[in-house]
Design a protein around this ligand. Sequence first.
Ligand SMILES: Cc1cc2nc3c(=O)[nH]c(=O)nc-3n(C[C@H](O)[C@H](O)[C@H](O)COP(=O)(O)OP(=O)(O)OC[C@H]3O[C@@H](n4cnc5c(N)ncnc54)[C@H](O)[C@@H]3O)c2cc1C
Length: 742
Amino acid sequence: MKTHYQAYLELPAPRAQVADLLNNPTLWFDLPGGWEVSGTFWRHGEDLYRVDVRANGTEESLHWEASPATGQGSRASLSVTLYDAIISTHLELKIEVDSPGLAWPWRQWQISNAIRKRVEICRESLETVLRRQQTSVSVPMMATAGAGAIEDEDADDEPLLFASNATPAQAALIAKLRERYPQTVAHFLAMGAIDHLERVSRLEVGWGQIMRDAYDPQVHQVIAAGAQPAELGGVAFGEGSSIPKTAHFDLIYAGGGLGLLHAAVMAMCYGRRVMVFDRSEVGCAHREWNISRAELALLVETGVVSWDELDAVVMREYRDGLVRFHSWSHSDVPSTDLWLPEVLNVALDAGALLRLMRRKLEQAGGTILNGRIFRTVRAHTDSAQGVEVELLGPDGAAERYHARLLLDGMGSTSPLALLRHAGRPFAGVCPTVGTVARGFVQGDGPQEYDPTLGDILVSICDSQDGEQMMWEGFPGRGDELTVYFFYYSAIHRNSSREYSMFDLFEQYFTLLPTYKRAGPDFHHVKPVYGYIPARHSLRPVEAPLLRGVLPVGDSAAQQSPLTFCGFGSHVRNLSRTTGLLDYALRHNLLDPQQLAPINAFQSNVSLNWIFSRFMEPWNHADDVNRLQNIFMRVLHDMGVAKATRFFQDRMRWIDYHPMLLGMLWYNPGILLAAWKVLGVKGITQWMGDYVRFSQSAAIAALARVAGQSGEQALVSSAERFAPALGLRLRARYAEWRAMGWM
Ligand SMILES: Cc1cc2nc3c(=O)[nH]c(=O)nc-3n(C[C@H](O)[C@H](O)[C@H](O)COP(=O)(O)OP(=O)(O)OC[C@H]3O[C@@H](n4cnc5c(N)ncnc54)[C@H](O)[C@@H]3O)c2cc1C
């Protein structure tokens, strides 16, 4: 009876190291398997085996044959083919066991199951050995660096050479990092981006706190009715800055990123008195954004900016966008490219856009404060009395300001978001690093730079270091290419994962040559990075809002957990969130439950959580690529319009079912994978999402039948007699519009 077993696995080390380990005969006796050497034989339990080891000499494939010394009993053969994934190695494993007796399916299943368990145990042991070997090597990745990597010949002098203008704190950080992250430090120094090393380090610390469930309960306090600010101690309003002590704002924005766009609309289009502060500079971007023209049109529709003004901000618009997943040569699922001409095909200069918004805000009388760190917000129980916001000024002195509401735009590590979600604000994360770089080889090959083409979502290898690494690349000004390198991960409670940005940067610099080829003048211009958070929202508001505080941007994290387009989601929902906020201010609807409908939640986006779960390998190194290639085929069959809607978070109810049925048709095994990946909890969540999505679609269909006159009548009478209900109704219509359903 012959039993065949096949697996495709990953080991976390370069191929030569894995081959060395597998070629080492003593290894087998260390692996959990119960083998012992007995003279020239191998003993397993009572049985003696003769083992014949063959390697083809190129470190690409290895073969073992075990036959019983007596000539009677089971024989087994094991072949391993090694595939180079640069920072790791993939193993194609084929095992054949020839045992005496009849080929009963049940018996074969038992043998196959036993092999599967043994293989998994051996894989874990090999992984442990390889990781141990790596930690004992001081400079692990330099040897594998390809084109574009900086030579480290004078490593000892190099910090002095590049970092002569570094502060003592920066020099200490460089010294601490350079041994473990030699390429990252070298490239950052060459880019003149020492300050970014500090920022990345700060970001890692912030994220580390999130992973430890840490939060500061003092950042938000509630003031009982009748208490005066003076009773709370500290300084008076506006003190410590040039703002008059009488200054009183409608809205204070903490964080000058996406919050600045919101603030500019509130000031310019709704005449609100607005202040924006940031711990560094208001409107300073550390990344580039891409978006589509249709989504940009929604920004123009708010009235805050014209197309002419945006032209100066658009770096490039390209003819097509590509979604492609790797398919290895022996895969049973071929790669299916998806070409989407209207998805993320406009590259923006994020810094220029934010500077433009800053000018707009100032022209509309808004106040901008740089170098202010948020300390605490005190909200009155009577929401009509507003909030007091305490900041730490540039000189270290406390400053206090008053407003009707604080908008939390402090991003993914916002202290207020951490408090609101008791230290666990997100369900998933997409750690992202990359650079803006110039001088790639131009051409239309997959590894070449084509200025008319954007890579929306591309994988070029199976899992690496346990993650399915993804690439995004979009051309900017001149021959610049912005390259992002990232992976998806669900955040599990009690997990010890670190999500190190520096580890990811080191992998990025090692693997970049496998994505695009560097030309002779290649160089990195600036680093781009961040943790893009994801929340799996079943409801518009997962946790009650903090009194007096409304989150915007990444601190609200309501973008798609698949595309992670936080900027796109913010823009698409900007007229919705600003219009609803103005309504709430006009009607004094500032209690947390009244403000709750003001958000960028989309019931069709919450379904993307399930899609994003299949972007993490669950069993084999090629899990993600195999499944996504099937999904790409389904989307391809459905046509560009529906695929575009899916990637722009405008999926309709009728789009969803062909996707599910298509997946089942091409791959019935998806049910088993879904069970493994989602478990009972995940499947229950998905059912909740689906019910909400269907409810929303049904009510939207009725609303479409009622038409604009029905909407007008409903919304205006609610506004007159029950303004809070009016806000909820408006919010529903606005959500449907954002999803393209109205
Ligand atoms: C590498 C990368 C590429 C991306 N590309 C795209 C894209 O192409 N398209 C797209 O749609 N989206 C993209 N995104 C997502 C998008 O960039 C984010 O959703 C967006 O930048 C979030 O903006 P934010 O203002 O909410 O948060 P942040 O950008 O994190 O800004 C938060 C601000 O708050 C300030 N702050 C924080 N804490 C404090 C404090 N205690 N006191 C005072 N100020 C504070 C910070 O200084 C910062 O200015 C990308 C994200 C990353 C990381």
